[in-house]
Design a protein around this ligand. Structure first.
Ligand SMILES: Nc1nc2c(ncn2[C@@H]2O[C@H](COP(=O)(O)OP(=O)(O)OP(=O)(O)O)[C@@H](O)[C@H]2O)c(=O)[nH]1
Ligand SMILES: [Mg+2]
Length: 164
C-alpha cells in the first residue's frame, strides 16, 4: 500500500490556487504532521498570514517563495556526494532514543530510491531488540540487514557488512 507523503500532501494543499479561509489552518496541521513541532508550525503560518495580509496576497503561488525562505532557515543541509566507484559507510551517532535507527532506515530508503545498493549493519548489539528493530526496517524497505548475535562485537558486524 503506498502512503501519501508529506511532500505530496503539501503539493495537494498548494494545488488549490487561492488562499481561502482554511488554508492557514490546513497548512499548520500539515506542518505539525510533518514533524516541525506545534510551536514552530504556528509561528510559521502566523508570519505567513501576516505577510499575505500586509502584501495583499491571495494567490498561493505568490507565497511559495516566502514559505521556502522561511523553512530553509530551519533546514540543515547535508549535501554529500557518493562516489559510486567505492563503498561508502555512514555511521549514525547520537544519545539514546534520538532517532538513529529511524534515520538509518530513512537514509537507506532514500539512497535505495536513488538507485544505490544499500546494506544496513545492525552494529548496535547492545540495546535490547535493536537488531530486530533494524530487521523490521530492512524488511519494509527490501534492504539486506547484516546482523550478529545480540551482545556480539559491533566492529565485527561493521566488518561483515563492509565485506558484503
Ligand atoms: N516524531 C518523530 N519521531 C521520531 C523520529 N525519528 C525517530 N522517532 C521516534 O523516536 C523513537 C526512537 O527512535 P529510534 O530511531 O529508535 O532512536 P535511536 O536513536 O535508534 O534509539 P536507541 O537505539 O534506543 O538509542 C521511536 O519511537 C521513533 O519512532 C522523527 O524524526 N520524528
Ligand atoms: Mg537505535
Amino acid at each position: 500500500m503506498s502512503k501519501i507523503t508529506f511532500a505530496q500532501k503539501l503539493k495537494g494543499l498548494f494545488s488549490k490556487g487561492k488562499i481561502d479561509e482554511d488554508f492557514f489552518e490546513e497548512l499548520t496541521d500539515l506542518l505539525v504532521e510533518g514533524d516541525i513541532g506545534a510551536k514552530l508550525a504556528f509561528e510559521l503560518t502566523g508570519s505567513l498570514e501576516k505577510f499575505c495580509r500586509q502584501n495583499k496576497i491571495y494567490e498561493q503561488n505568490a507565497i511559495l517563495d516566502e514559505l521556502e525562505r522561511m523553512l530553509c532557515g530551519f533546514v540543515n543541509r547535508a549535501d554529500f556526494e557518493i562516489d559510486d566507484s567505492k563503498t561508502s559507510i555512514f555511521m549514525l551517532l547520537g544519545v539514546n532514543g534520538v532517532g538513529k535507527t529511524t534515520t538509518a532506515a530513512k537514509l537507506a530508503g532514500f539512497l535505495k530510491n536513488n538507485g544505490k545498493k544499500v546494506i544496513l549493519a545492525a552494529a548496535d548489539t547492545f540495546r535490547a531488540a535493536a537488531e530486530e528493530q533494524l530487521e523490521m526496517h530492512g524488511q519494509k524497505l527490501g534492504i539486506r540487514v547484516v546482523s550478529h548475535q545480540h551482545g556480539s562485537d559491533p566492529s565485527a558486524v561493521v566488518f561483515d557488512a563492509a565485506q558484503a
